[in-house]
Write a protein of this length. Structure first.
Length: 318
């Protein structure tokens, strides 16, 4: 009952709240598609209302909703004493989304709090997993080993590939899943793009959502400790671009000072040249890690950006 009352209060006040139009981000967007057309954003009115699209619960609300917990935690691989975990969230409602799993992969400079023998609580992408589960999807969140523990980006690529193998071999059949969509933020965006472009085609997801992804590990701020440019190219999605059957959405904030937005433009161009089904969405004024609640982005805009990912997913599933 408490959950219902809280949700009703949010719905009642949804049109009275306005987006924070400070220095961080203003919630407007520009979209580029492989058709070559650009949909310019409509100039927002003064003090625009906060609107959560019909059928979507507030992401802000779910960020503190303790009722949505993982169904269980599986170990998708064991490597050198590291038990690599996967939290599985079951759908909260029965609908057409129940045969789709969304794999959430965190960023953080390719680092994690996981240690040998430690327990993973999944706080990195817990809010995203809860959000998707509340809409009827299976939601999976994983972590991986860490570059600050001496592992390489290639090691981490191998970890997320193992996660996808575990999904293909175990999770799909057990839960009746026929499509996997990945979403990653920053270094997690890099890792989901590496899956989308994996040499082993069986590891490629149905679709990929890469948020402010690291796409070029050559001569950039975030090189993952790689000093050799030729090695950097082997783990850079920009230099791995090839034709794939999967769908790809790149989202990037124009005010990102951590990952160069120009790298996302270059990646989009490279993927479009290979005739991929790829979209690029610019978020005017958005800073880095815009889907993370409580980081930099105003919570009203996090609602909007998360709802945009669901609208994209609904569009490619319809």
């Amino acid at each position: 009952m408490k959950k219902i009352i809280c949700l009703l209060l949010i719905m009642v006040t949804v049109f009275s709240l306005s987006c924070d139009k400070g220095d961080l981000d203003n919630g407007t967007t520009t979209t580029t598609t492989t058709s070559g057309q650009q949909n310019l954003p409509t100039p927002p009115p003064q003090n625009p209302p906060r609107i959560v699209p019909s059928g979507y619960e507030s992401y802000d609300y779910l960020a503190y909703e303790a009722d949505i917990q993982p169904l269980r935690q599986d170990i998708y691989a064991v490597k050198g004493g590291y038990n690599l975990p996967m939290n599985i969230f079951a759908p909260e409602v029965e609908n057409a989304n129940n045969n789709v799993a969304i794999l959430c992969i965190h960023g953080g400079g390719w680092n994690t709090s996981l240690r040998v023998g430690s327990t993973f609580t999944g706080d990195w992408m817990r809010h995203q997993a809860r959000y998707y589960a509340s809409l009827g999807f299976y939601a999976l969140e994983i972590t991986y080993r860490s570059v600050n523990q001496g592992f390489t980006i290639k090691d981490l690529q191998a970890d997320v590939e193992d996660a996808m193998r575990y999904i293909n071999q175990t999770v799909k059949a057990e839960f009746g899943i026929d499509k996997v969509i990945t979403i990653g933020d920053s270094a997690g965006g890099h890792l989901v793009l590496c899956l989308a472009l994996a040499e082993d085609e069986s590891l490629r997801p149905y679709a990929t959502i890469a948020c402010n992804p690291v796409s070029n590990c050559v001569g950039t701020i975030w090189t993952g400790g790689i000093s050799d440019p030729e090695v950097g190219k082997t783990v850079s999605p920009l230099h791995m671009a090839k034709k794939t059957d999967g769908k790809i959405l790149i989202m990037h904030g124009t005010a990102d000072t951590v990952v160069d937005p120009g790298d996302s433009q270059a990646l989009y161009d490279a993927l479009a040249e290979k005739e991929n089904e790829v979209d690029l969405v610019w978020l005017d004024g958005a800073t880095h890690a815009f889907i993370l609640y409580g980081y930099q982005t105003p919570k009203e805009n996090v609602d909007t950006y998360m709802a945009m990912t669901v609208e994209y997913i609904n569009g490619i599933l319809s």
